[in-house]
Write a protein that binds this ligand. Structure first.
Ligand SMILES: Nc1ncnc2c1ncn2[C@@H]1O[C@H](COP(=O)(O)OP(=O)(O)OP(=O)(O)O)[C@@H](O)[C@H]1O
Length: 319
């Protein structure tokens, strides 16, 4: 197993108390596997992505377990985490404009990154590695003399992908990698990511609010709601046989999907306050299928034909 989270909690400490942005999540990523993490804004996707690298505010509380190749990250010091970042876990953020240093030439940016993990590397070696990886993402190596602000949005995202790949990480976290791009460039970047993950046999966690984006790439999809995973299934199953009412509504909100047992094509209401999540099911206040038990008891996760679903509707099925 490349990555394994068990009962993972990531809570922000605020004056009003803990914001339970990730609350008892379990998740595994195998070698070469792409796991899609989907859910609407505020459900904790980015907290989880950044939490895996421990780049959240210093007072953030981490509980449970998250392991990369068997090594427990929760107990790692900041120094040890610096070795992990980039080298073992690469990250592609949603906005390359703010994450790439605009006053550094691309060549220097790559050299600095390589040098952090391989102090002995020469400028010449770094240049060779940079040229190779830039070519892989479709950028002419000569352009390493330029600054990131000289690139278009799509090209900057390619640089970002190259920067994540140059250290050969075993796991890449891509957080909304195409959100800031227009539709055509979005498709090109997703295709590039798809090719690279196959070529590098890379494991990936792909975070997005858009179920359409992960359709072609993810082997497994985890649907997040209010800090928890409410459904986990192999990719196709989620589209053809969604189980959780929230997943059904999410799919309904994509044009051209046929989920007929729900009239609504938007999700009424808004996600709960994660300072004080509801006592029972967190989706109950918005759920068209709500039952009495949903308001008082948190649902267990039930296994229903290869899908895991956190919903009381399925308690009968399991018996
Ligand atoms: N620094 C912080 N301090 C306190 N609460 C925070 C902080 N950052 C995020 N949150 C809260 O944590 C919850 C999860 O936020 P997060 O950004 O992880 O969600 P998300 O699903 O990635 O949303 P988006 O797609 O909009 O980024 C939200 O309720 C948010 O308000």
């Amino acid at each position: 197993m490349i990555f394994e989270a068990k009962d993972l909690k990531i809570y922000y400490r605020t004056k009003k108390g803990f914001v339970k942005a990730v609350d008892r999540i379990s998740l595994t990523v195998k070698k070469g596997e792409t796991v899609g993490l989907v859910g609407e804004s505020g459900c904790g996707k980015s907290t989880l992505g950044q939490g895996l690298l421990k780049i959240l505010p210093p007072k953030t509380f981490y509980g449970g377990s998250m392991k990369i190749e068997g090594e427990e990250l929760i107990s790692f010091s900041e120094n040890k985490m610096r070795e992990i970042r980039g080298k073992k876990i690469g990250m592609i953020f949603q906005d390359p404009m703010t994450s790439l240093n605009p006053i550094m030439r691309i060549e220097k940016l790559f050299y600095e990154t390589l040098k952090t993990h391989e102090p002995e590397i020469t400028e010449e070696e770094a240049r060779e590695r940079t040229a190779k990886v830039l070519e892989k993402v479709g950028i002419e190596p000569e352009r390493m003399q330029e600054y990131s602000f000289q690139f278009s949005g799509g090209m900057r995202q390619r640089v970002m992908i190259a920067l994540a790949l140059v250290l050969n990480p075993i796991l890449v976290i891509a957080d909304e990698p195409t959100t800031s791009l227009d539709v055509i460039v979005q498709a090109q970047i997703m295709e590039l990511l798809n090719e690279l993950r196959q070529e590098y046999e890379m494991s990936m966690i792909l975070i997005t609010h858009d179920l359409g984006v992960v359709a072609e790439m993810a082997d497994k999809i985890c649907v997040m709601y209010a800090g928890q995973i409410v459904e986990e299934a192999i990719n196709e199953k989620i589209y053809y046989e969604p189980k959780h009412p929230y997943t059904k509504l999410l799919l309904k909100s994509i044009p051209n999907t046929n989920i007929d047992d729900l009239e609504l094509n938007y999700i009424p209401g808004s996600p709960p306050d994660l300072l004080k999540p509801p006592r029972g099911c967190r989706f109950a206040p918005r759920c068209p299928y709500k039952m009495e038990i949903c308001e008082t008891q948190e649902p267990k996760t039930f296994a229903v034909d290869n899908t895991h679903v956190k919903c009381w509707l399925y308690s009968e099925v399991k018996k």
